[in-house]
Design a protein around this ligand. Structure first.
Ligand SMILES: [Zn+2]
Length: 69
């Protein structure tokens, strides 16, 4: 019986953390969301979306793209 040492094969590429799903439709009534305003933040923008169906407010978090150096 041979104990096989773990070989260095292709390393798995580090997966980026999944971005939160960008809301396009109201999660409650599935109507369209209209962009109400954007709220700039330090690392991300917050998009306040208003549902055209039920009038509910939903926030999208839009991460800022890193500055191109
Ligand atoms: Zn709605």
């Amino acid at each position: 019986m041979v104990a096989t040492a773990p070989r260095c094969e292709a390393e798995p590429t580090p997966a980026l953390p999944p971005a939160p799903p960008f809301l396009k439709n109201c999660p409650e009534c599935d109507a369209e969301l209209a962009l109400l305003r954007t709220i700039p933040g330090r690392a991300a923008e917050y998009w306040a979306m208003r549902c055209t169906g039920c009038g509910g407010i939903h926030l999208n978090i839009v991460e800022n793209s890193p500055p191109a150096c």
